[in-house]
Design a protein around this ligand. Structure first.
Ligand code: C5P
Length: 227
């Protein structure tokens, strides 16, 4: 069967990863959460007190980071491992979220992550979500979806998710984090978040998860040549 690359980009907390994961499962494709790579790198930098303004220190740190996605046979999710440790849960912490956008803005970090993303995508049959997947990583992707949603709806969704793990998280913390990340991600010099011209915009403010998945699946089947 004709295998394609599906790029899903958009603002923080639009539900990109959830939809991308479900879409990949329905198509029997690989799902890669590119944000997880930037979050894992950030976790390494936090743990090892890497000074991000020091180019040498950043380069040396990246040489010590080995990232892998491994299938969890119970949940059937592809989880991220760093240097032999499953960090899939740890990287969702707000402490990582607070630092990730400044780390992801560094040229060496982007080169490191993008090279691995392209390698994984070379085989096609992949759904990857992030900020620059359709614009930079896979400009030739057969299907590009740009996800957006009302900012307050995004705050409410992310708050619910984070409070399930840590009830002390406040709405102000989450609102500030999303606004800061959106700002840094869309204004950074290298690969800023942009809506590719050939992307389909999916505003899910008023859509249920099933409704948006149905739309994405229809678009994917059209591109694959299945009707
Ligand atoms: O998707 P997620 O919110 O987990 O991504 C975390 C952060 O990683 C984003 O806010 C952004 O700074 C960075 N990122 C990126 N490029 C990507 C994916 C994520 O810069 N392709």
């Amino acid at each position: 069967m004709n295998k394609i690359v599906i790029a899903i980009d958009g603002w923080s907390s639009c539900g990109k990863s959830t939809m991308a994961r479900q879409l990949a499962r329905l198509l029997n494709y690989i799902f890669i959460d590119s944000g997880a790579m930037y979050r894992a790198i950030t976790l390494f930098f936090i743990r090892n007190h890497i000074a991000i303004e020091k180019v040498d220190e950043v380069e040396k740190a990246l040489q010590d980071i080995h990232l892998e996605f491994k299938l969890n046979s119970t949940t059937l999710n592809n989880e991220i491992w760093m240097n032999g440790e499953n960090v899939d849960t740890l990287i969702r912490d707000i402490k990582v979220a607070e630092r990730v956008s400044e780390v992801a803005a560094l040229a060496q970090v982007r080169d490191f992550a993008v090279a691995q993303q392209r390698l994984i995508g070379a085989q096609k049959g992949i759904v990857m979500d992030g900020r620059d997947i359709g614009s930079v990583v896979f400009p030739e992707a057969e299907l590009k979806i740009f996800m957006t949603a009302d900012p307050e709806i995004r705050v409410t969704r992310r708050l619910k998710e984070l409070q399930a793990k840590d009830p002390s998280i406040t709405v102000e913390e989450v609102r500030k984090n999303l606004a800061t990340r959106d700002h840094i991600d869309s204004t950074r010099a290298i690969s800023p978040l942009r809506q590719p011209e050939d992307a389909i915009v999916l505003d899910n403010s008023n859509l249920t998860p099933d409704q948006q998945l149905d739309l994405a699946l229809t678009w994917a089947k059209e591109r694959i040549g299945l009707h």
